[in-house]
Design a protein around this ligand. Structure first.
Ligand SMILES: Nc1ncnc2c1ncn2[C@@H]1O[C@H](COP(=O)(O)OP(=O)(O)OP(=O)(O)O)[C@@H](O)[C@H]1O
Ligand code: SF4
Ligand SMILES: [Mg+2]
Length: 338
């Protein structure tokens, strides 16, 4: 489910590390900018994926939405994060919102699901107690236990009493992550940020957990920002995708358009590396090299060292602004070769 009204619009967001309590660069340290003018928008109810290899800046981008980056070291040095609860609400810039107001958005309007469900849950409280806590924390009215039971059933749990009375260590990783999905959705948030929620799980359980996330978000009309390094997951679950490389978004579009006609050589490389796309494994190609560290970001195209199509211009000139794919209003990428 998706329509055109953005629930979140990230505009030209740049994050740097290396600041002190006064917001000044730490003495003797030049702040290190790790993301550069990141822009994307997520519509109400949309399943949006942010994809890229390790170290691209996916988590820094996701964490900066709710200003959850380590303080005082990390700062948003440029850009805005416009959040709009519904069509009648005016957008607010989460990057500038006073902390007390931001706290009201965290958890109840924008919820997070992390890679390790164990870290999100309290080991000494039963699942029931922890789910009931959400009602208190978010001030939700109504028959809380009935709602929790209904949501756990939607998340595929059969023996709900056993789950409710369990402590986290008594459930498997996949079950815990489904509990975290229920926990995130209890407050009926407008957006869930899920940072690699299935990376720590077996492949078969991964599919089950992502199916539950997609299905429950669909039913509740909640938008999802899924962070992943896996293009296979993107193609299976997401409506739209932004491809990130070395702190920048290099391509954005509807998943079908990006998968069928990738414009940027990096996206083409990620797609060529999906095992499921190759009946003969000999045709599978990995991208040589690795993502550069932010201190080594080049002046020109940051993918140059790994790109087969690289020319002298790619190294010496600033990469051109994004260009749209022919006949498409929202599939775009930036590369000298487009
Ligand atoms: N607390 C920090 N202090 C300094 N640099 C950091 C910090 N956290 C992240 N970085 C740097 O920011 C860059 C982006 O990191 P980020 O964690 O966003 O990558 P990622 O795309 O989420 O990777 P992964 O797939 O491994 O989770 C990396 O170069 C990383 O070293
Ligand atoms: S700008 Fe040049 S180096 Fe960068 S992706 Fe395009 S062709 Fe490759
Ligand atoms: Mg990460």
């Amino acid at each position: 489910m998706s329509n055109s009204l953005p629930v979140l619009q990230v505009r030209d967001l740049s994050v740097a590390f290396g600041f002190d309590k006064k917001g000044k660069p730490r003495e003797g340290v030049k702040p290190l900018q790790v993301t550069d003018k990141v822009s994307f928008k997520i519509s109400q109810g949309e399943f949006f994926a942010l994809v890229g290899e390790s170290g691209c800046g996916k988590s820094v981008t996701a964490m900066s939405i709710l200003r959850l980056l380590p303080q005082p070291s990390a700062q948003i040095v440029e850009g805005s994060v416009l959040y709009r609860a519904d069509e009648n609400a005016s957008p607010v810039d989460l990057a500038k919102l006073p902390l007390a107001d931001l706290q009201k958005v965290r958890g109840s309007e924008i919820a997070c699901i992390f890679q390790e469900p164990m870290q999100a849950l309290n080991p000494v409280l039963t699942i029931k107690k922890q789910l009931l806590e959400v009602f208190k924390f978010c001030g939700i009215k109504g028959d809380s236990l009935a709602t929790i039971r209904e949501m756990l059933a939607s998340a595929g749990f059969k023996d709900i009493d056993r789950v409710l009375n369990s402590y986290p260590h008594e459930l498997s990783g996949g079950m815990l992550q489904r509990v975290c999905i229920v926990m995130a959705l209890l407050s009926k948030p407008k957006l869930i940020i899920a940072d690699e929620p299935t990376t720590a799980l077996d492949v078969t359980v991964q599919a089950q957990v992502l199916a539950v996330l997609k299905d429950m978000a669909n039913r509740t009309g909640t938008a999802v920002l899924l962070i992943t390094h896996n293009m296979g997951i993107v193609s299976q679950y997401a409506d739209r995708v932004a491809v990130m490389y070395a702190g920048r978004i290099v391509e954005t579009g509807a998943v079908r358009d990006v998968i069928d006609s990738p414009m940027h050589p990096y996206t083409q490389g990620l797609l060529a590396a999906i095992p499921e796309n190759h009946s003969d494994m000999r045709t599978m190609k990995s991208i040589p090299g690795s993502v550069p560290h932010p201190r080594d970001f080049a002046k020109g195209c940051r993918f140059a060292d790994r790109c087969e199509k690289c020319t002298e211009q790619c190294r010496s000139e600033v990469v051109p602004p994004k260009q749209k794919a022919p006949g498409s209003s929202n599939h775009e990428a930036n590369c000298f070769m487009i």
